[in-house]
Write a protein that binds this ligand. Sequence first.
Ligand code: SAH
Length: 243
Amino acid sequence: MKSRRRIGILLAILGAMIGISAMDGGKPSDEAAYAEARNKMVRNQIEARGVKHPVVLEAMRKVRRHLFVPPSFSRDAYADMPLPIGSGQTISQPYIVAVMTELIDPRPGMKVLEIGTGSGYQTAVLCESGVEVYSIEIIEALATQTSQLLDELGYEGAHLRIGDGYAGWPEHAPFDAILLTAAPREVPAPLMEQVKPGGCIVLPVGDSDQELKKLVLTEQGWNETVVFPVRFVPMTGKAESAQ
Ligand code: SAH
């Protein structure tokens, strides 16, 4: 009887320890659990829906998404949905990040412009895919916080700037690819001037009805493909008044 009670107490302590560590977010045991959640996310949400690019799948397995969401959402970090990141903005659903990264066909040394740094998760996935990222964020509080996080995590391939991404980043143009994670009503004209021949722009376009589009700059001009309907936060700043 006595030993049974002892086992019961031990189990309770063990349960409490697991509970506490799962809340804590930084212990090695949690990292293992998060890594498992990440592998599952890649298998069930991303590969299962047809994303095949090995570099992208590996990057999605690597980037610790739970560090890019507010602590109160760490436990939902690998769920199949966007999450709030403050300032009325959201971190995109993991599948959408994977699709957009696959659409630019990342190769080492490529130069990519990202408009809408937000949490920095897409930025980190791009860095892990071997590309050099120039990223612009219009909300100062988000940009500052994300810049610090990406520094802490050692993403040296990420170059961040606060500002309106409508005009692109001419000092570093031309880019192999431009990726927008906020939706303008129409493709901002200045961005079309900053793509290398053969390069592309991947973006959500539209108002309440948005589509994810890929525009490739061919010798004959722009070649547009519609990927699927999406819902992103609107692009603010000049994009709101430009059309
Ligand atoms: N890629 C981000 C998505 C964040 S949501 C992530 O993974 O977390 C889109 C972001 O675009 C928001 O942070 C928003 O502030 C930013 N944004 C909107 N309009 C912008 C503009 N004109 N220039 C730069 N960033 C903009």
